[in-house]
Design a protein around this ligand. Sequence first.
Ligand code: CO
Length: 296
Amino acid sequence: MKAFFRNLTILSLLLGMFASCSKDDDHVAEKKGAGKTAILLVTFGSSYPEPAKTFQNMEDNVKKAYPEADITWAFTSHIIRNILIKRGEGKFKDIDSPEEAMKKLKEQGYEKIAVQSLHVIPGSEFNDLKGKVDAFKAANSNIKMTLGNPLMNTNEDMKSLVDVMVKKFQADDQTVVMMGHGTEHAANDRYTRVNDFFKAVNEDFIVGTVEATPGIKEVKEAAALRPSKNILLMPLMSVAGDHANNDMAGEDADSWKSQLEGAGFTVTPRLKGLGDYNEVVAIWVKHLKVAVDALK
Ligand code: CO
């Protein structure tokens, strides 16, 4: 009897070991992130086709800088996520919110996550993201997580951006007008500051915003003081999405294109976002480097 029970105990122990081993193996197989670094790129998002290409270009640049890391995306806009999920095709058909993306990365076993803001200014969208990252960090002390700054964070960033854009777009007999987004947030000062930095390098570059100040009125006044009657009009936004296609280059009477034409200029819209220029993406990647280095 004793031997029977002893054997039974050994058998059940063996069975138990076997069961827990196979369970652990399953568990390990799920955790594709174990020992790896994840990079989470976060942007407002867009449902237009051109921005999807711009996002791909940004990802390609990040991949070049961090070939070993796993790169994933989140869009902050609930409306845009819903449009893309409903559409059900393309790279972003399953796009997550930042919270969903962070949760997934945790479930996949990543213990090092660098979140990179693809915002242009440290406004309310960036600060919302920062709040979400901080909350996630507080709830998951075993995961190292850092957040990279948006494009125009410091004066140094803005001067780098100015150098890139002036080199790319300065031309004889041309004024360059750039449409930023604009916000009620204090970070709206970035648009005035970057405008001043442009002015110091090349007065033919003028920055305005669609939602705040300086607006189209100030842009028209500044453009009137330039020698050229030709305007190259482009967004100072990560992608050429809804604002660029409609508020900037649209045919409506109140678009910037129409208003500038009404003021006597010949306007050529350029529907490319800042994320289409590798030299500009390099500034975001520089911020990402700070975030990745801080994971070590
Ligand atoms: Co907007």
